[in-house]
Design a binder for this molecule. Sequence first.
Ligand SMILES: C[C@@H](C(=O)O)C(=O)SCCNC(=O)CCNC(=O)[C@H](O)C(C)(C)COP(=O)(O)OP(=O)(O)OC[C@H]1O[C@@H](n2cnc3c(N)ncnc32)[C@H](O)[C@@H]1OP(=O)(O)O
Length: 142
Amino acid sequence: MRPDQDMESKETAGLALELLEQSVVDLKSVGTDRPGIEVSEAVPLPEHGVSVVFVNLGNTKMELLHPLGSDSPITGFLQKNKAGGMHHICIEVDNINAAVTDLKKKKIRSLSDEIKIGAHGKPVIFLHPKDCGGVLVELEQA
Ligand SMILES: C[C@@H](C(=O)O)C(=O)SCCNC(=O)CCNC(=O)[C@H](O)C(C)(C)COP(=O)(O)OP(=O)(O)OC[C@H]1O[C@@H](n2cnc3c(N)ncnc32)[C@H](O)[C@@H]1OP(=O)(O)O
């Protein structure tokens, strides 16, 4: 997928992890407890099947994801990637409906018909990794 003028990088990465608490401890041990760097508590998002720790590094944001519930969308990923890893990137768009319509014309599939409210309280939708160079991409409306 090639970002066009309707899209800009929001520089958010989602990392799927089996051991969420240990990962936060590890992050803090390498210096993310410094002023200006924010690490949230784990926030359960049952409608997305994940718990999320938000890490704001100033110029980059990360989401540490842990499965929540019996049918979490990240369970399969963690079964294949036992040590966890980079799960998705998030790209901010001005108008998510316009972006999805445009991408559809370019044969880039959404993983659902439904636009949900994401972790930041904004509309989100995921695109098929097979249509995005093997990367799972989340669109988030600004
Ligand atoms: C809170 C919210 C927010 O920030 O707003 C979030 O982040 S929620 C974050 C969690 N939510 C989501 O991820 C929602 C969208 N994700 C999904 O619908 C699912 O996770 C899928 C991407 C469809 C994968 O589902 P599942 O693992 O059950 O299917 P599967 O094992 O058959 O995988 C189908 C193919 O996709 C590949 N695949 C699976 N997960 C992938 C990933 N994260 N990145 C790149 N490729 C991936 C598999 O290797 C496989 O390729 P091969 O066929 O070549 O083997």
